[in-house]
Design a protein around this ligand. Structure first.
Ligand code: KG4
Ligand code: ZN
Length: 354
C-alpha cells in the first residue's frame, strides 16, 4: 500500500532550509502538495561564503515555522504524515544534523518511519517536479556548488557514474571567479548576470579536459587563469581588479561563463553519444544558468535529444526535491523507510554507492 502516502521532507545540507510535503500515487509521478524555503544567503554574504556554525543555528530557527507553513498550505496535519524524509548527506555535518534530528524526533513522536535521502539524488530527480517530467533512462548532468558529475540513470536508485570533476565543481568555478572579480557571494547568479552584457570572446580562457577523451572535468585551473587575466588588466589600468571598467568586468564574466559552459555542453553530448541515449536531465544550482540552458538546448536540438530541467526556483537546494526523491523511492520499492530513530549523517557520500 504505497499510494497516497504523505511524505514530509527536510533539506538542511548547506545554506537553505527546505520543507515539503509530497504525496505518492499508485502510478506516475508523486505530487508536490506544498513546499517552503528559507535561504540564508543574506546572512552569509557578510562573510563571503557559508559559515557552517551559523548555518546550523539558523536551520534550527527556521525548520519548525517552515513545517507549519507547509502543513497550513497543504491543509494537512502532522498526524496525517506517513513517512518523514531528510537529507542524510552529502553536506555540512552540523547543518545535516539539524534536519536529521528534527526528522527523527518528529517521526519518533508520530511513530512513523524515516528515510534518509541523498542530496544529489534529490537534485537528480528534481525535474520530476516539473509539469513535463522525464522518463527513464537518461543521462544526468549534475552541476551544483559541490559536485559536477555525469551519470547514467536507469531508474530510481540505478545510478552509474560516467565522469566527474577531479577538482573544483562547476558552481565553485562560478563562485570563485565571481569572488575575485569582486561580485560577492554566491557568485554564480551575479557572474551570469554580468556576463549578459559582456563579450564571451574577449579573453581566451582555458577549457580544461575539453578533449581528454573521457567524461571527467577540471575547473581549478580556470579560476587561476581568470585571476591572471584580471590582474594583467588591472595592472595596465593602474587600478584594483574590482575597480576595472564595467565593460572589462563584463567581458571577463562572459569569457569565464563561456569556458565553463562549453566544457559542460561538450561532455554532456559525449556522454549521450557514448550511451546512445536521447534524453538529458540537467540538475543542481548551475542548471539555472541561462547560457548553459540556451547552449544545451541548441546542441541537443541538433542531435534530436530531449533536455529536461527542474523549474528555475527548484534548481538550487529545496525541500521539494528531498520529499520527491523519498516518495519516488517508496513508490518504486527501491528503499523502505524504517522506524529506526538513531540517526546519522553522511557529510561525504557517493551517489553511485546507493
Ligand atoms: O545545488 P546548489 O543550490 O547547492 C549545492 O548543492 O551545491 O548549487 C549552488 C551553486 C552555487 O555554486 C551557485 O553559484 C550556482 O549553483 N548557481 C549558478 C546560478 N545559480 C546558482 N551558477 C551559474 N549561474 C546561475 N544562474
Ligand atoms: Zn544542492
Amino acid at each position: 500500500m504505497l499510494e497516497n502516502m504523505l511524505v514530509l521532507g527536510f533539506e538542511s545540507s548547506c545554506d537553505e532550509t527546505g520543507v515539503a510535503l509530497v504525496q505518492t500515487r499508485a502510478k506516475g509521478v508523486p505530487v508536490l502538495l506544498a513546499h517552503a524555503l528559507y535561504s540564508q544567503i543574506e546572512m552569509h554574504q557578510a562573510y563571503g561564503g557559508v559559515v557552517p556554525e551559523l548555518a546550523s543555528r539558523d536551520h534550527i530557527r527556521r525548520v519548525l515555522p517552515l513545517t507549519q507553513q507547509v502543513l497550513k498550505e497543504s491543509a494537512c496535519s502532522l498526524a496525517q504524515v506517513d513517512v518523514v524524509a531528510f537529507t542524510r548527506g552529502p553536506g555540512l555535518a552540523g547543518a545535516l544534523l539539524v534536519g536529521a534530528g528534527v526528522a527523527c524526533a518528529m517521526a519518533a513522536a508520530l511513530d512513523k518511519p524515516v528515510l534518509g535521502v541523498h542530496h544529489l539524488e534529490g537534485h537528480l530527480l528534481s525535474p520530476f517536479l516539473s509539469s513535463d517530467p522525464p522518463e527513464f533512462p537518461f543521462i544526468a548532468l549534475l552541476v551544483s556548488g559541490g559536485h559536477t558529475q555525469l551519470m547514467r540513470v536507469d531508474g530510481v536508485g540505478r545510478y552509474e557514474l560516467l565522469g566527474e570533476t577531479i577538482d573544483d565543481a562547476a558552481g565553485e568555478a562560478f563562485d570563485k571567479s565571481a569572488k575575485l572579480l569582486g561580485l560577492g557571494y554566491p557568485g554564480g547568479p551575479a557572474l551570469s548576470r554580468l556576463a549578459q552584457s559582456g563579450d564571451a570572446n574577449a579573453y581566451k580562457l582555458p577549457r580544461p579536459l575539453l578533449n581528454s577523451g573521457n567524461l571527467d572535468f577540471s575547473f581549478a585551473g580556470l579560476k587561476t587563469a581568470v585571476m591572471v587575466q584580471a590582474k594583467k588588466l588591472a595592472q595596465a589600468q593602474g587600478c584594483t581588479v574590482e575597480a576595472l571598467p564595467a565593460t572589462m568586468l563584463a567581458d571577463l564574466a562572459a569569457s569565464t561563463q563561456a569556458a565553463i559552459v562549453e566544457v559542460l555542453v561538450k561532455k554532456s553530448l559525449a556522454a549521450l553519444a557514448q550511451s546512445g541515449l536521447k534524453r538529458l536531465v540537467v540538475a543542481g544550482g548551475v542548471g539555472a544558468n541561462r547560457s548553459l540552458r540556451d547552449q544545451l538546448d541548441a546542441a541537443c536540438a541538433r542531435q534530436r535529444v530531449r533536455v529536461h530541467y527542474p523549474e528555475l526556483h527548484l534548481c538550487t537546494d529545496n525541500g521539494a526535491m528531498i520529499a520527491m526523491a523519498a516518495a519516488m523511492r517508496l513508490q518504486s520499492g527501491a528503499s523502505v523507510a524504517a522506524k529506526t530513530y538513531a540517526f546519522d549523517v553522511k557529510p561525504r557520500w557517493a551517489l553511485d554507492s546507493l
